[in-house]
Design a binder for this molecule. Structure first.
Ligand code: MRU
Length: 344
């Protein structure tokens, strides 16, 4: 039986303490563990834009605190509106961001004049606690589903650095390690910003979970060669028909898993389901700076003016998804009706 990770050093990506939001600067991991101290909505929006804070559920929680921080400086309706707009616009694809900001906005609008800042902070803390509880439930449901899988491949970073608690897809892997059935996690590098190499490998190493890092282009071949039992990934937005936007490269993993006949599982809280977005084609895919493709870890990889395209996410059609795991349970072969029923 594998050693339990319960007492292993758990990363806490975000904490609110005495009027300051403390966040690990994820752009500096794994080389340097430095905490940012964020005091304004602009501080938080800036940290989200440059991926110092990242991962769909985590940016939602951070943005909720961002609204509360700004209202504690100036508890006026104008400031509320400005802070909400700023934070909603920090990144476009993960629905958790706008969802959490909208929740704080709604809560505050019903509050008496002198209570705006406190109401916003209470709502941010509630969202934070709910996401942490969701992570625990996802881990448990996902581990039931993947009880027979020993070698599990994952993409990007979906652990404690991406969501409160132990994360989403990575929380399932951690739970399987705790239950003693995991042989190893296989993490993709996740170019261009290397969330797999920098963050997932860091989290797995801290937890003492056996793992291997592969370049993104090795995944399909390893899956086809029966070196992987299942693939599990997180999600940034689940459309009403079950299509999923997640880190660029996810779609290719789903195709490879489907061709090899192994499970392709998506894990995320219901706060990532967006019933207002009918299909994956309606999801806005963030296009990031081409220099993220030209440069890796400070090293220029190509000519300074090589034309590059840098979509941060792609869409996996529902038809390729074996199951969606949320805090409420498992939706097998998700489609419009099952997603709407699950999220209602
Ligand atoms: O650009 P990032 O690093 O924020 O992308 C993160 C992902 O794509 C994750 O897979 C997703 O947010 C799920 S996190 C639990």
């Amino acid at each position: 039986m594998a050693a339990t990770t319960a007492n292993a050093a758990r990363v806490v990506a975000l904490r609110f303490d005495r009027g300051v939001l403390h966040a690990i600067d994820q752009t500096e991991l794994p080389w340097r563990e430095r905490e940012l101290e964020l005091r304004t909505a602009e501080d938080v929006a800036g940290a989200i834009r440059r991926l110092a804070i990242r991962g769909a559920p985590l940016i939602g929680v951070a943005a909720a605190y961002g609204v509360a921080l700004e209202l504690s400086r100036d508890p006026s309706p104008q400031t509320l509106q400005r802070a909400c707009e700023l934070l909603r616009g920090a990144r476009p694809t993960a629905v958790n961001l706008a969802g959490a900001v909208d929740r704080v906005d709604r809560a505050v609008r019903g509050a008496p004049g002198g209570e705006l800042a406190r109401t916003a902070l209470d709502e941010a803390r509630r969202i934070h606690a709910e996401e942490e509880a969701a992570s625990r439930a996802i881990a448990s449901h996902g581990a039931e589903l993947l009880a027979g899988a020993r070698r599990i491949l994952t993409h990007c970073n979906t652990g404690a650095l991406a969501a409160p608690g132990r994360g989403t897809a990575l929380a399932v892997i951690v739970e399987l390690a705790d239950r003693g059935s995991l042989e190893k996690a296989i993490a993709t590098e996740s170019r261009p910003l290397l969330q797999g190499a920098r963050l997932t490998a860091y989290e797995l190493a801290r937890l003492g979970i056996p793992h291997e890092l592969i370049v993104d282009s090795a995944a399909a071949g390893l899956i086809a060669a029966a070196a992987v039992d299942a693939v599990i990934v997180g999600c940034d937005r689940v459309a009403a028909n079950g299509d999923v936007a997640n880190k660029v490269g996810t779609y290719g993993l789903a195709l490879a898993a489907g061709a090899a006949g192994i499970p392709f599982v998506v894990a995320g809280p219901t706060s990532t389901i967006d019933l207002k977005t009918p299909t994956g084609a309606d999801i806005t895919i963030e296009e990031r700076d081409p220099d993220e493709v030209r440069i890796a870890a400070g090293q220029r990889l190509t000519l300074a003016d090589t034309p590059c395209r840098n979509p941060a996410f792609d869409v996996t059609p529902a038809s390729l998804i074996t199951a969606l795991v949320t805090e409420r349970g498992t939706v097998r072969r998700p489609d419009h009706d099952s997603i709407v029923a699950h999220a209602a």
